[in-house]
Design a protein around this ligand. Structure first.
Ligand SMILES: Nc1ncnc2c1ncn2[C@@H]1O[C@H](COP(=O)(O)OP(=O)(O)OP(=O)(O)O)[C@@H](O)[C@H]1O
Ligand SMILES: [Mg+2]
Length: 409
């Protein structure tokens, strides 16, 4: 993971809802700052605790440096250069229009236009992409050596990387502008639509237009006529930045079966699209205590799971299920099998990863990631590699051999 946190690199975190993108983004940023890089983390909708931990409670939209006192209180080097900012994803497109459309009356027209509304709200990844305009701005200032970027939750979390190309093609096409110039009557448009050149545009318009009538679309193009070149130029530059080698995509997932399945899908989709994933972080994998037991060579890492098997044996031996003890043990057994299942799944996932995709893991922090100290521990885990996975797998095997794994995993 250290390779990702180098001067000039821009890790962008991807992943489905609630897996820990924002948390891991902040942790990676902290790790970057600890590696002496002047670092900024761009977060989307951080939880209240994280916002407080990062000192974002008051200032949001501008990078805010984390204070020396806060760092020292968490046992960190007070000289770390770490800034955080919060992105308002919902207003991102409006901000672009505000910037490029100078005339207030025209701006109003654009904002009120139903086609604009569906264009910006309904296509997948639109918000994420618009938000990345802020990354572009920040990057242009050259104020930071490392920019770690969080993204909003999405089920197809890299769509925002592809959709803009389509959008640019659409907005930029001469056909679109020509088709939707106000001077043309609707009937003439209908006629022209039949032409080959217009087919692509019409298909795309249909995707974005929803139930909008043609007149709202022509109004949109008319209002945007003067600013369109500026906006398209801007979209293209952001596109180029997103596809530059500086950008490193990092997928965050948890170890649950459906999340691992989604991670596999994302991985293969990205591969098919020619997008390179740099790393995967499996978050909330087991708990810190188990991790420490693995690290401690004197300890028997999963002995608590092995003991559950012993409990079952002792019930069988004594031949009695006094006071519903068996049901309680059954509950423990389910827990044990879930843990063993997670270990097996993650170990298998690690083995099948394509070459060049790094893997990192972070355990569940029992009290939650509520302050800088906890964030710093997460950073430590993510940066320490996956060496412990082998030890865990071996320990899990021996638990299974001792007779676990009877119930379904
Ligand atoms: N390793 C961890 N240990 C304990 N709690 C965690 C861990 N990682 C994340 N969390 C908690 O899980 C919740 C969701 O995390 P986070 O907000 O980072 O996820 P997200 O992927 O950014 O969510 P969204 O998709 O909604 O943006 C938060 O309350 C966070 O504190
Ligand atoms: Mg988030």
């Amino acid at each position: 993971m250290k390779d990702l946190l180098t001067k000039g690199s821009i890790p962008i975190l991807l992943g489905t809802g609630g897996v820990g993108k924002t948390t891991i983004a902040a942790a990676l940023a902290l790790a970057g700052a600890s590696a002496n890089l002047n670092t900024a983390v761009i977060t989307v909708d951080p939880s209240k605790r994280l916002r407080d931990a990062l000192g974002l409670a008051r200032l949001g939209g501008q990078p805010t440096r984390i204070g020396a006192r806060q760092l020292a209180a968490a046992g960190l080097d007070p000289h770390l250069q770490l800034s955080a900012m919060m992105l308002d994803v919902s207003g991102a497109w409006d901000a672009i229009v505000e910037r490029f459309v100078a005339d207030p009356a025209t701006r109003r027209k654009v904002f009120d236009n139903p086609f604009y509304k569906s264009l910006t709200a309904e296509f997948a990844g639109s918000e994420a992409f618009a938000a990345l305009q802020r990354l572009y701005d920040l990057h242009q200032t050259g104020a930071f050596e490392l920019e770690v970027v969080d993204t909003p939750p999405a089920s197809h979390s890299f769509e925002f990387l592809q959709t803009p190309a389509r959008l640019i093609r659409l907005l930029d096409s001469r056909t679109a502008r020509w088709l939707f110039t106000p001077s043309l009557s609707a009937s003439r448009i209908a006629m022209k639509v039949a032409s080959n050149a217009a087919r692509f545009v019409v298909r795309e318009i249909e995707r974005f237009a929803g139930s909008n009538v043609l007149s709202t679309i022509t109004d949109f193009f008319a209002a945007m006529a003067e600013s369109m070149d500026g906006i398209i130029d801007r979209l293209q530059k952001t596109e180029a930045l997103l596809h530059s080698p500086a950008v490193k995509f990092v997928m965050v997932t948890t170890a649950e079966p459906d999340r691992i399945r989604q991670a596999r899908e994302l991985l293969s989709q990205m591969g098919a699209e020619g997008l390179k994933l740099s790393a995967i972080v499996i978050n909330r994998f087991l708990d810190e205590k188990t991790w420490m037991a693995v690290a401690d060579s004197g300890a028997r890492p999963l002995s608590h799971l092995a003991e559950i098997s012993e409990l079952r044996k002792s019930i069988a031996r004594d031949g009695a299920d006094a006071n519903g003890f068996g049901r309680l043990v059954h509950h423990f057994e389910e827990y044990r099998d879930r843990m063993l299942g997670e270990i097996e799944r993650v170990a298998e996932f690690a083995r099948e990863l394509p070459k060049g995709v790094r893997l990192a893991i972070a355990p569940e922090i029992e009290a939650g990631v509520r302050d800088l100290a906890a964030l710093s521990r997460v950073a430590g885990y993510v940066m320490s590699g996956i060496g412990m996975l082998k030890g865990l797998e071996a320990a899990a095997k021996s638990v299974v051999e001792m007779g676990a794994g009877n119930s379904d995993r």
